[in-house]
Write a new protein. Structure first.
Length: 163
């Protein structure tokens, strides 16, 4: 909850900055993966796939978005968490993928509603605020986050303007 409040305050303070920034999505994702393994050595390793994509957002903003998605993935993953980076004309895509229980059919886009949890009785400590905040941050930067179909677990795709 503290991290979410810090993210909200930081986003509100920096929202008026006219310079969106640029960053290497692979570098930011790898830095977060390394930090995670140092801070939580018992947690699943985060694999980063893909490289060379530059987003038209600051590294700090991308880190905030990915941190929220990775926190969500850690709650549900069984063996695997991955960040897949891809460049497409005019945009950068990052998919945060886990092999957990996934989002139940019928919930879909509702996971982006504040306070909504896909699995309310699972006993984890989430408040249903991380995914809505991540989407808000992405949209503020001219991008979005969507829930993509997945055969196993959950797949959240972040699209951001290319840098």
């Amino acid at each position: 909850m503290q991290r979410i409040c810090e993210t909200l305050l930081s986003e509100a303070r920096t929202r008026t900055d006219p310079v969106p920034g640029r960053c290497s999505v692979g570098d930011v994702a790898r830095t977060l993966a390394e930090r995670s393994s140092q801070e939580q050595p018992e947690a699943l390793l985060v694999t980063v796939v893909g490289d060379g994509a530059t987003a038209g957002v600051s590294a700090a903003l991308l880190e905030r978005i990915l941190t929220l998605l990775l926190d969500n993935a850690r709650r549900y993953a069984v063996r695997r968490i991955a960040v897949e980076c891809e460049w497409q004309p005019g945009k950068v895509l990052l998919a945060v993928v886990d092999d957990g229980c996934g989002v139940p059919e019928g919930v879909g886009e509702a996971v982006f509603e504040a306070g909504r949890r896909a699995h309310p009785g699972d006993g984890h400590d989430g408040a249903g605020l991380g995914l809505p905040l991540a989407r808000r941050l992405a949209r503020t930067a001219g991008g979005d986050i969507t829930l993509a179909p997945s055969l196993e677990g959950a797949r959240f795709v972040v699209s951001l303007p290319a840098g």
